[in-house]
Design a protein around this ligand. Structure first.
Ligand code: SF4
Ligand code: FES
Length: 251
C-alpha cells in the first residue's frame, strides 16, 4: 500500500504546530498502524530528519499509551480497539490519513503526537485505591459477591486510561474515565469504607485539572476502546450527590 500521511508536528508545548505531509510507501496491509509509523520514522532517520514522536508501550491494547486521533476519530475508524490494534488493511491503498494528538487543554502536547496525560495519574492518586485493611487473602469463592456485580466491576476495571473519551468529547470531559475508576471500587465490598470520600476527592481533582463536564452526548462511550458504559457516569453522579448531601463529613 502507498499512503499519504498528514501528521501533526509540534516541537514542544509552547510551539505552534502544523500538519506536515509524508509518503508512506510499500506498507503491508498486515502491519499495525504503529508499525506503519515505525517505517516512516526509519525513512526520516535515514534522511537525518527528526522522527515523529508518538506514545506506545504494550502494542496489544493493554497500557493505554497509544493515543492517536486518526482521520478525526480517537484510535481510528474501527470500533472498540486501540491504535496499536488497528491494521493498515482498514485503509484503502492511496488513501490520505490525517494523524493528530489528543485535543484537550488538560492533555498538553509534549511533542508531535505525544501528550502529557499526567492529569489522569493525579486523579487516580486522589482516591483511586483502597487504603483500609481488607484482611488476609480470602479463600476462593469466599466473598459473597453476586456474579453480575463482579462482572460489572470487572468491566469498569478494564478502562486502560487511554484518554480517548476526553479526546472524543466536545467538552473534553473525563467523566467516563473517572467514573470507571470510581465504579470498579464502589461496586465491591473492599471499596465501601472509602466510597464517598473517594468519589468526592476524584471529582475534585478532575475539576482542578480543567476537564469539562458531561452533557450526555455519548461520544466517549462510542469511541472507548474498552466499551466502558455511560452507566458508570450515572453511578458516579449518584455517589457524588449522596456524598455531598449525607456524607460531607467523610471528605
Ligand atoms: S473510559 Fe475508555 S476511552 Fe476513557 S480512558 Fe478508559 S478506556 Fe480509554
Ligand atoms: S500501545 Fe498499549 S494500548 Fe496501544
Amino acid at each position: 500500500m502507498n499512503l499519504t500521511l498528514k501528521v501533526w508536528r509540534q516541537k514542544n508545548a509552547e510551539a505552534k504546530g502544523k500538519l506536515v505531509t509524508y509518503k508512506a510507501q510499500a506498507i503491508s496491509p498486515d502491519m499495525s498502524f504503529l508499525e506503519m509509523l515505525d517505517v516512516v520514522n526509519e525513512d526520516l532517520i535515514k534522511k537525518s530528519e527528526d522522527p515523529i514522536h508518538f506514545d506506545h508501550d504494550c502494542r496489544e491494547g493493554i497500557c493505554g499509551s497509544c493515543s492517536l486521533h486518526i482521520n478525526g476519530q480517537p484510535h481510528g475508524p474501527k470500533h472498540a480497539i486501540t491504535t496499536c490494534q488497528l491494521h493498515m488493511r482498514s485503509f484503502k491503498d492511496g488513501e490520505t490519513i490525517v494523524i493528530e494528538p489528543w485535543r484537550a487543554s488538560a492533555f498538553p502536547v509534549i511533542k508531535d503526537l505525544a501528550t502529557d496525560r499526567g492529569a489522569f495519574e493525579r486523579i487516580q492518586q486522589a482516591g483511586g485505591f483502597v487504603s483500609v485493611n481488607t484482611g488476609g487473602v480470602p479463600d476462593a469463592n469466599d466473598i459473597p459477591i453476586p456474579k453480575v456485580i463482579a462482572d460489572e466491576a470487572f468491566n469498569s476495571a478494564t478502562c486502560i486510561g487511554c484518554g480517548a473519551c476526553v479526546a472524543a468529547c466536545k467538552n473534553a470531559s473525563a467523566m467516563l474515565f473517572v467514573s470507571a475508576k470510581v465504579s470498579q471500587l464502589a461496586l465491591l465490598p473492599q471499596g465501601q469504607p472509602e466510597r464517598y470520600r473517594r468519589v468526592q476527592a476524584m471529582v475534585a481533582q478532575m475539576d482542578a485539572e480543567g476537564f469539562g463536564n458531561c452533557t450526555n452526548t455519548g461520544a466517549c462511550e462510542a469511541e472507548c476502546p474498552k466499551e466502558i458504559s455511560l452507566t458508570n457516569i450515572a453511578r458516579m453522579n449518584r455517589d457524588y450527590l449522596t456524598a455531598k448531601i449525607f456524607k460531607e463529613e467523610e471528605v
